[in-house]
Design a protein around this ligand. Sequence first.
Ligand SMILES: Cc1cc2nc3c(=O)[nH]c(=O)nc-3n(C[C@H](O)[C@H](O)[C@H](O)COP(=O)(O)OP(=O)(O)OC[C@H]3O[C@@H](n4cnc5c(N)ncnc54)[C@H](O)[C@@H]3O)c2cc1C
Length: 264
Amino acid sequence: MFTIKNYVKVKDLEEAYELNQKRNNVVLGGIMWLKMGSRNIQNAIDLSALGLEKIEETEDSFEIGCMATLRQLETDSRLNSYFDGAIAESVKSIVGVQFRNTATIGGSIYGRFGFSDPLTCLLVLDTYVELYKKGIIPLSEFVDMPRDNDILVKIIIKKDTRKVSYLSYRKTATDLPVLTCAVARTEDGWLAAIGARPARAKLIRDERKMLGREPEEDEIAVFQSFVEENTVFKSNMRGSGEYRRHLAGVLLRRGIRAVSERGE
Ligand SMILES: Cc1cc2nc3c(=O)[nH]c(=O)nc-3n(C[C@H](O)[C@H](O)[C@H](O)COP(=O)(O)OP(=O)(O)OC[C@H]3O[C@@H](n4cnc5c(N)ncnc54)[C@H](O)[C@@H]3O)c2cc1C
């Protein structure tokens, strides 16, 4: 059980940032992960009065406030029609609706959990995180940055013509995933992200152009071998590294075929 000595509903991001510089102070998202721990928190920093729970569409992007819940991402018709339903697919197996009504995208992405479904999915989109002090950074960089005391303000997903597919494998519905896989085809070619390896999702770009726009089975097999050989898979209670490597190949093939079948 965790304990909170003092609860602060901040009036602006500067106040949140200042408070967050002390080791025993903690920013609150939906508190679903935090409450599983046993931290003694001096000041709990609540961002809920800052209007950061909105999902906004602009001409060239979607901007998702850090306090938007996973359920908001799942049910937002603009986001999901734009990205082929992949974002909804990436959160729909996370525990249950009541849980997703509380867990936030800010807590999910800031946490950079090794099992994260939405992190895997957002990596194959043109996604950026806006940090209060460090500014706007591509998610592909943020994923490998060490944790610090900045505040994740919003997630920005640029609109483009990419097609995308998200898949995960779980032993039982709503359990943590054994493996996650997202695939996208952009104007420049293909990319894939593999997560729950069990480590932070890894983005792999088809820089050698192994895959054509609508790849044949032999092209898919070459890319699959490349991903399997260049990705580290490890073992834990949910599965062995070898099993994960096999699953990655299966999900990757399915994802590439699903994107291909959608045409241009
Ligand atoms: C039982 C259980 C099962 C789960 N299953 C899955 C699953 O299958 N797939 C999956 O992808 N995820 C899963 N999750 C993770 C979950 O989806 C959320 O990612 C997680 O709960 C964190 O979101 P939160 O809003 O609850 O964050 P919190 O618990 O409130 O915070 C998490 C961390 O992020 C920090 N933080 C929060 N918001 C910000 C911010 N704006 N700026 C800076 N730091 C911030 C907090 O200080 C804390 O360190 C599971 C979690 C639990 C507890």
